[in-house]
Design a protein around this ligand. Structure first.
Ligand SMILES: C[S@@+](CC[C@H](N)C(=O)[O-])C[C@H]1O[C@@H](n2cnc3c(N)ncnc32)[C@H](O)[C@@H]1O
Length: 426
């Protein structure tokens, strides 16, 4: 039996994401470039849907298969099949089952085809009730977040909030976008409504295919509302020379340039990241930015006291972007937060040296973890008493008690970002 291109592509993507720790966005971009529109849609839905429910799907597999150790290809084929059976109304059960069984055969696991077929048929006939060890196990399975992460968020945000965050992480995010620097007479009112919080940001309405066309034509740039909020805070208040320390792929750099800044220096760690930054700025029609390669954790190649505005959009765990990148939750460990935090502090300290007296520094991450945010700023202030926390230029609803800004997927329907603004006293 032939397998549809969408399911083969989804299978290959999920194998790469689980087996080789590929990012879903990269795996999907590669797979979807060779698919027609209809197959692209189904592949996208199967990959992101299965990732968003992976722990639940695996618990069902264990219920029906017992503790038997499964080859990854067989497990992925089963996840794809069960996901379609339980969550995609328009897929007939026989297609979901037969094509998953064929995926097992195609992966040269012919001896497991009977087993896969039996499990998938039992799923359609038998009760799906699961037994949980305790409440946290139930939340972990029902929201498909690892138990340790739920426990961590319960400590950090309380039980109710931890559940809401985990649930929001499984929702399809709005398609947020903005204009690029290219001149066009396309009326964006037809494709998106204005954001309430970020001037120039729009949230897609209606047909996403039209948005994709506009994106391919370089007219619009997809960027989550929260990421646009950070760039808007960076360009508020003062102008002048600007350094974007961790710039690739250049979403915020492009916005900063569009605000009319003349002198912008943007840098990143590797040649590969700089190549991504360069081509992404070109796609946005953005010119006049000086690019620079450096290891900002080791030191920056600028004299002290050089820039009016310094932006540190630091490398982080990305726990605020799990809606867009569902696999993040399966690849993290508690140690990663500690590692990120220590690197973030080094980068922030080095970046602060390049800031002029009276200048502003914006520190941001797309992590919701305190250790990567407030704790890094506390470490920075301990070393740099000449820096003062000032209120970032964003809507009041995002301002925290400590004077920073935060966005959350559950509260704001945006990715989770942290923004600190620090002003250097004269
Ligand atoms: C969160 S991303 C920045 C996103 C970017 N500001 C944007 O809006 O498109 C963090 C960036 O920091 C870079 N990075 C990581 N370690 C670095 C280092 N030691 N020095 C400079 N850049 C680094 C990564 O390569 C990555 O591109």
């Amino acid at each position: 039996m032939a397998i549809s291109p969408s399911r083969i592509a989804a299978f290959e993507c999920l194998l790469a994401i689980d087996g080789k720790k590929a990012y879903s966005a990269d795996a999907l971009a590669t797979a979807e470039s060779s698919l027609g529109e209809k197959d692209r849609g189904l592949c996208h839905e199967i990959v992101l849907g299965s990732l968003r429910r992976q722990i639940y799907l695996d618990r069902l597999i264990t219920k029906f298969a017992g503790a038997k150790k499964l080859d990854l290809a067989v497990r992925v084929a089963l996840r794809i099949g069960i996901y379609q059976l339980l969550f995609l109304d328009r897929i007939p059960a026989f297609s979901a089952i037969n094509e998953s069984v064929e995926l097992v055969r195609r992966a040269k696991k012919a001896s497991a085809t009977g087993f896969a077929n039996a499990i998938l048929r039992r799923i359609t006939r038998e009760g799906l009730e699961l037994v949980f060890d305790d409440d946290i196990d139930r939340i972990s399975v029902e929201t498909s977040h690892p138990r340790w992460l739920i426990e961590r968020w319960i400590v950090e945000f309380g039980s109710e909030r931890a559940i809401e965050l985990a649930q929001a992480n499984n929702a399809e995010p709005p398609l947020a976008f903005r204009r690029t620097a290219r001149t066009t007479n396309v009326d964006l009112d037809e494709v998106g409504r204005p954001s309430r919080y970020v001037p120039g940001c729009r949230l897609g309405t209606g047909d996403s295919r039209r948005l994709m066309e506009l994106e391919r034509a370089g007219v619009i740039y997809f960027q989550d509302e929260s990421s646009q909020l950070v760039a808007a805070a960076a360009v508020a208040n003062t102008g002048g020379s600007t350094l974007d320390v961790c710039a690739a792929p250049g979403s915020k750099t492009g916005m900063i340039r569009m605000s009319g800044r003349d002198l912008i220096v943007a840098g990143d760690l590797t040649d590969m990241r700089l190549a991504t930054l360069r081509s992404n700025l070109e796609r946005q029609g953005t010119q006049g930015i000086t690019l620079c390669r450096y290891d900002a954790a080791a030191g920056l190649p600028f004299a002290d006291n050089t820039f009016d505005v310094v932006i540190v959009d630091a490398p982080c765990s990305g726990t605020g972007t799990i809606r867009h990148n569902p696999e993040i939750r399966y690849n993290l460990t508690n140690e990663d937060f500690v590692r990120h935090s220590s690197k973030q502090l080094k980068i922030a300290l080095n970046a602060s040296k390049a800031l002029k007296k009276g200048g502003r520094m914006i520190y941001s991450t797309c992590s919701i973890e305190r250790i990567e945010n407030e704790d890094v700023i506390a470490g920075l202030l301990a070393e740099r008493p000449d820096l003062v926390v000032t209120r970032p230029e964003v809507n009041e609803r995002f301002i925290t008690e400590e004077g920073f800004a935060r966005t959350f997927p559950d509260r704001d329907d945006m990715d989770g970002f942290f923004i600190a603004q620090l002003t250097r006293s004269d």
